[in-house]
Design a protein around this ligand. Structure first.
Ligand code: SAM
Length: 254
């Protein structure tokens, strides 16, 4: 697997650079929860990172118990520090070998992680093993054919980089269907992540995502300067919130 998140600097920057307003996080949790009809669900998050979603699910999905799995000790250390919750258990582990018994979970979340997993087919088989019959997998990502992040406007080379990193919808669907899942739906959901471009820019200064490690320092700073200039350009109309849109694929375990 990619070891980029083993870097303590990136783990700490990730936590600070990927915040979102509470209302946005809550809207995401409501969407994710809507895919399971089970009460007090047992949930696994694969690639839980600093635990933002795991802790939010534990907080807002009544009676839920969450196992938050991540391959990086550095990310888990941030999770323990910033998002401890009595109903969340943080565990070191990999998507391809989930540290859990079979038929254990009702719901699995994979948020912004599918492109990091080298053996997706094996990860899908692992989820088929640990989910109960009727359990759901929610994949939150941007499929290659719909890469539309705002950062591409300022770092155009990132789009080419991400076209090589992110899988297409059909590739992901094929891996899950081969593992025995049925595709339930693919949808799209967007929420504000910052009140305006200036706030968004201030967050990116710490280079908080693995994609930025692919750029040279000079390239990174050039893009950042362009974004800062756009953010400070007060001649434009009223500042608008910055939204992030994701594709959401939902699979059902037979
Ligand atoms: C971009 S972060 C996403 C964190 C969180 N899910 C979110 O949406 O903010 C990707 C995370 O996946 C983890 N990861 C990458 N490959 C993995 C694998 N094969 N198994 C488990 N975790 C993995 C990384 O360590 C990192 O914490």
């Amino acid at each position: 697997m990619s070891r980029v998140y083993d870097d303590g600097r990136l783990a700490s920057a990730y936590e600070h650079g990927n915040e979102m307003p509470e209302a946005s996080l809550r809207a995401w949790v409501e969407l994710i929860a809507s895919y399971t009809q089970r009460s007090s669900p047992s949930i696994v998050e694969i690639g839980a990172g600093t635990g933002v979603f795991s802790a939010a699910m534990a907080r807002w999905i009544e009676g839920s118990e969450v196992v938050a799995v991540d391959a990086s000790e550095a990310m888990l250390a941030e999770a323990h520090r910033h998002h401890p919750h009595p109903a969340v258990r943080y565990l070191r582990g990999e998507a391809e070998a989930v540290p859990a018994a079979e038929n254990f979970f009702d719901l699995a979340l994979m948020s912004r992680v599918i492109h990091h997993i080298p053996d997706r087919a094996r990860a899908a088989r692992e989820l088929a093993r640990v989910l109960r019959a009727g359990g759901k997998v929610v994949v939150r990502t941007t499929f290659r054919e719909r890469l539309d992040a705002l950062v591409y406007d300022y770092w155009p080379r990132l789009r080419a980089i991400d076209e090589l990193r992110f899988p297409g919808e059909q590739e992901v669907v094929a891996d899950f269907v081969s593992a025995g899942f049925a595709l339930e739906k693919v949808t799209s959901f967007a929420q504000p992540v910052a009140a305006n471009l200036e706030q968004y820019w201030a967050r990116l200064v710490v280079r908080p995502q693995s994609k930025f490690t692919r750029l040279t320092d000079e390239e990174f700073h050039r893009g950042l300067t362009r974004m800062e200039a756009a953010a400070r350009n007060k001649t434009s109309v009223k500042p608008r919130a910055v939204l992030e849109r994701y594709d959401v694929a939902v699979f059902s375990c037979p």
